[in-house]
Ligand binder design. Structure first.
Ligand code: ADP
Ligand code: MG
Length: 250
């Protein structure tokens, strides 16, 4: 049987006035795959995620999600995907639970199903005790975790996570990993970006390393380590992208 393609990135290019964010990116991600998009600061990870979700238009090239062209803005794509953006997008004067409920209602999730989903999600991300506090009182890590619940409330088949564990303590990070593993076990396709190579090595079936908007490697962590004769994925990453420090894009 031919594995179904969840995401097809086809000759994707994105240029801004003073920067080329993506230069002819081509990647196919299979249904059920846990895929890591890796790269130094400014490599084009967030731009890729934004285009995959229909939040930004490519300059050229196309993206298909389960065969649907993202550029057409079809409702089907929106139903299929969930996105956890790099910067938490939450209403700070609402509680954590209210935020998740609000986004659930935007997706027309039936009320009784939503309640069950939300209780389970909030428990998994370890926010049961704080669910009824305003998000403005949350720490950065708590905001990122509730943002993850927001991304998942409509039970999407394909989940995009842009640095879901950035600046988290080990406990929060493990809670997020458990959620990610759980989702993948349920057969969902997950595309995540991360700066933590150990995280990518532990979680991902395959990783794509990009630099300056171009794909420089694409394979399983084990294959990449074997191919580049390195002991860790971090060493492979440094071998391919160099030691020069890159500043985070504004
Ligand atoms: N809205 C924008 N306007 C101008 N340049 C941008 C914009 N968004 C991203 N860029 C540039 O595109 C490149 C890729 O950025 P980004 O996708 O955010 O990288 P990453 O997420 O890998 O750190 C960077 O050089 C960044 O400065
Ligand atoms: Mg980014």
């Amino acid at each position: 049987m031919i594995a179904k393609k969840a995401v097809v990135i086809d000759h994707l290019t994105k240029t801004f006035d003073d920067a080329t964010a993506l230069a002819d990116l081509n990647v196919e991600i299979k249904a059920g795959e846990l895929f890591g998009l890796l790269g130094p600061n400014g490599a084009g990870k967030t731009t890729t995620i934004n285009i995959l979700c229909g939040l930004q238009e490519p300059t050229s090239g196309s993206v298909r999600i389960c065969g649907f062209d993202v550029g057409n803005g079809t409702r089907k794509v929106k139903e299929l995907i969930g996105v956890c953006p790099q910067e938490p997008a939450l209403y700070s004067y609402l509680t954590g639970r209210e935020n998740v409920e609000l986004f659930g209602s935007l997706y027309s999730v039936p009320k009784d199903r939503m309640r069950k989903n939300i209780d389970a999600l909030i428990e998994k991300i370890g926010l049961t005790e704080d669910a009824n506090r305003r998000v403005s009182k949350y720490s950065g890590g708590m905001q990122r975790r509730i943002n993850l619940a927001v991304a998942l409330v409509h039970d999407p088949d394909i989940v995009f996570l842009d640095e879901p564990t950035a600046a988290m303590d080990p406990q929060s990070r493990h809670a997020v990993w458990d959620v990610i593993r759980d989702l993948n076990r349920q057969g969902k396709t997950i595309i995540l970006t991360t700066h933590y190579m150990e995280e990518a090595e532990q979680l991902c079936d395959r990783v794509g390393i990009i630099d300056h908007g171009e794909l420089v490697a694409l394979d399983s962590p084990a294959q990449l380590k074997a191919q580049y004769c390195e002991e860790t994925l971090e060493d492979v990453f440094i071998q391919l992208t160099g030691k020069r420090i890159r500043e985070e894009p504004k």
